[in-house]
Design a protein around this ligand. Structure first.
Ligand SMILES: Cc1cc2nc3c(=O)[nH]c(=O)nc-3n(C[C@H](O)[C@H](O)[C@H](O)COP(=O)(O)O)c2cc1C
Length: 483
C-alpha cells in the first residue's frame, strides 16, 4: 500500500493518512455584525466535503488572531470566545467523519485590509470595512507584545473549539514572514537586522503558542522556504533563503514545533518563481534532509503517483493537496485505476510542451527544479502559488459566473459548488491578440447554458409570466421569466 495511506503519529495524535488539505481561504465569513469571522455553512460544507472525501487532516483557512490580523473583512477570525460555537461545528463534523481538524492562525500585517481575490485584492478603507494595515517597521514594542498574546489566546481558543493541530502562518508574506525577511523588515532594534533579531518575533509567537497548546497535540509552522530573490541572479534584493529556513527549522524544532509546512514566495509580488508540478517539493526535501524536522510538501501536487513518490523518496512526510481537492474532493478515496486527472491537470500537462497564448509559464531562469516534470502554464506565482490562472477556485467561479449571492449581512459569496460544473470554467481565456468572437462563444456558451439550466433547476419561483394578454399589441403567447 502506498505510504499515502499510512497513519502518521505526531505526539499523541494519530492522523489517519498523509493526504491533507492545506488552508484555503474561502472569503465567506460575515464581514460585520455579531457573526463576524465566524464559520458559515459554506465553511462547514467546504471542509466536510473534503473530510468525507478522505483527507486525513483538514486545515481550516488562515484565521485572524485579531480583526486587524485578517487579510480581508471576509476572513475567519478567532479573537473572541463568542466565535467558538461556529468553529465547533467544523471540528465536530470533521472528527465524526474521521478527519483530524487543524487550524491555521494568521496575522496579515501590512498585507491586510484588502478585498477578496476575485475583486482584485484592492486595498479597503475604513468606510469599506477595512483598517490601516501595519507591517513590522511600524509596530511599537507594545504592539509586538500584544500580537504575541493574541496568537496565544487564539491557540487557546482553537483547543477549546476542538482543533487538534495548530499551524502558524509564517510564510506567504504575512506578518511573521514580514519580520523574517530582510526585504520587508527594516527595523533597527532587537527585531531587525541580524538573523537572530529577524527571527525573534517568530520564536516568541511559537513559545507563547506552545505554552498554551496541549502538550499531546502537534504544532505546525507554514514557512515560505525562500523569497525567490537570491535564486535569481538578476535580482539584487536580499531575501529570505532556504539556508535561513533550515536554520530556523532547527530552532523551531527545539521549541516544540513538530512539522514544517513548506511553501514559498509571497513577500514580493514580482519575484520570478519557476512554477510547475511539485515545484516546492525540492524545498521541502532540503529542509527535511538538512534540519531533520518533519515536513509536508505542497504546491501543484495533483497526481497520486507523484504524491506517492514524494513520500517514497523521503522528500516529505505528508502531502498537502489544495486546488486539486477543490476540483476532486474525493481524490484521497478514489480507488486506484479510477482516478482521472481533472481537465485543469490535463491542460497543464499539455501546456508543458505548448503553453496556450496568454498563459505562458513564468519561469525564473533557474534550473533549480532539476528532476521535476516540467513547468506548468500560466501560474501567477506572485502570491506564493496561491493564485493560478488555471485554478477553478469555486469562489472565483461563483463570483465570475454570477452565481454568487452576497448575503445582505455582507457574508460574501454563498451558493453551492454543485451549481458550477467543476470543469466548466477551465476553458482557456482567449489572448487579446488572438481572440476570435466565434471561438469565444464556443468557450463561454456551454458554461452559460449550464448555469442557466442550473438556475432554472434551483429557482423555486419560476413560473410563466404573461406581461401582456391576448389582443395586446406585440403579445406572442406566454413568456417564461425568472421572477
Ligand atoms: C482559494 C485559496 C485560498 C488559500 N488560502 C490560504 C490560506 O488561508 N493560508 C495559506 O497559508 N495558504 C492559502 N492558500 C495556499 C494553499 O494553502 C496552497 O499552498 C496552494 O494552493 C498551493 O497548493 P496547490 O497547488 O495544491 O493548490 C490558498 C490557496 C487557494 C487556492
Amino acid at each position: 500500500m502506498s505510504q499515502l495511506f499510512e497513519p502518521y503519529r505526531l505526539r499523541s495524535l494519530t492522523i489517519p493518512n498523509r493526504v491533507w488539505m492545506p488552508p484555503m481561504n474561502q472569503y465567506s465569513a460575515a464581514s460585520q455584525g455579531p457573526d463576524v469571522g465566524v464559520p458559515t455553512d459554506w465553511h462547514v460544507a467546504h471542509q466536510g466535503a473534503r473530510a468525507a472525501g478522505g483527507a486525513g487532516l483538514i486545515l481550516t483557512e488562515g484565521t485572524g488572531v485579531s480583526p486587524t490580523g485578517r487579510t480581508t473583512p471576509y476572513d475567519l477570525g478567532i479573537w473572541s470566545d463568542a466565535q467558538l460555537p461556529g468553529f465547533r461545528r467544523i471540528t465536530g463534523l470533521l472528527t465524526s467523519l474521521g478527519a483530524v481538524p487543524g487550524i491555521q492562525l494568521s496575522h496579515s500585517g501590512s498585507k491586510g485590509s484588502t478585498d477578496r481575490q476575485w475583486l482584485g485584492r484592492r486595498r479597503l478603507g475604513p468606510e469599506q470595512g477595512g483598517w490601516r494595515p501595519v507591517g513590522p517597521d511600524e509596530l511599537a514594542l507594545a504592539d509586538i507584545d500584544r500580537i504575541v498574546d493574541e496568537f496565544a489566546a487564539a491557540a487557546r481558543r482553537a483547543a477549546a473549539a476542538g482543533y487538534q493541530v495548530v499551524e502558524l502562518l509564517a510564510g506567504h508574506g504575512y506578518l511573521i514572514h514580514q519580520f523574517l525577511s530582510p526585504v520587508s523588515n527594516h527595523r533597527t532594534d532587537s527585531y531587525g537586522g541580524s538573523f537572530g533579531n529577524r527571527t525573534r518575533f517568530a520564536l516568541r509567537v511559537v513559545d507563547a503558542v506552545r505554552a498554551v497548546w496541549p502538550d499531546g497535540l502537534p504544532l505546525f509552522v507554514r514557512v515560505s522556504a525562500t523569497d525567490w530573490l537570491t535564486e535569481n541572479p538578476s535580482d539584487d534584493r536580499e531575501g529570505w533563503t532556504v539556508d535561513d529556513t533550515v536554520r530556523l527549522a532547527k530552532a523551531l524544532a527545539g521549541r516544540g514545533v513538530d512539522l514544517l509546512d513548506v511553501s514559498s514566495g509571497g513577500i514580493v509580488p514580482d519575484a520570478k518563481i519557476p512554477v510547475g508540478p511539485g515545484y516546492q517539493v525540492p524545498l521541502a526535501a532540503r529542509v527535511k534532509a538538512e534540519s531533520g524536522v518533519p515536513v509536508a510538501a505542497v504546491g501543484m501536487i495533483t497526481d497520486p503517483d507523484q504524491a506517492a513518490k514524494i513520500l517514497a523518496n523521503s522528500e516529505a512526510d505528508a502531502i498537502l493537496i489544495g486546488r486539486e481537492l477543490l476540483r476532486h474532493p474525493s481524490w484521497p478515496s478514489t480507488p486506484p485505476g479510477h482516478w482521472e486527472p481533472s481537465r485543469a491537470s490535463r491542460s497543464r500537462i499539455a501546456a508543458r510542451t505548448e503553453p496556450p497564448p496568454g498563459r505562458r509559464a513564468r519561469v525564473g531562469g533557474s534550473d533549480f527544479r532539476a528532476g521535476a516534470t516540467g513547468y506548468a502554464e500560466g501560474a501567477d506565482a506572485s502570491r506564493g502559488g496561491v493564485r493560478s490562472t488555471g485554478v477553478p477556485e469555486t469562489i472565483w467561479a461563483r463570483a465570475r459566473s454570477g452565481v454568487v449571492a452576497p448575503a445582505a449581512s455582507g457574508a460574501g459569496p454563498a451558493g453551492s459548488t454543485g451549481r458550477v460544473r467543476p470543469d466548466s470554467w477551465e476553458v482557456p481565456r482567449a489572448h487579446p491578440e488572438t481572440a476570435h468572437p466565434r471561438r469565444d462563444r464556443r468557450h463561454h456558451g456551454p458554461r452559460r447554458s449550464f448555469l442557466v439550466r442550473a438556475l432554472r433547476k434551483s429557482a423555486p419561483s419560476v413560473k410563466p409570466v404573461t406581461p401582456a394578454g391576448p389582443g395586446v399589441p406585440g403579445f406572442r403567447g406566454p413568456v417564461t421569466r425568472f421572477s
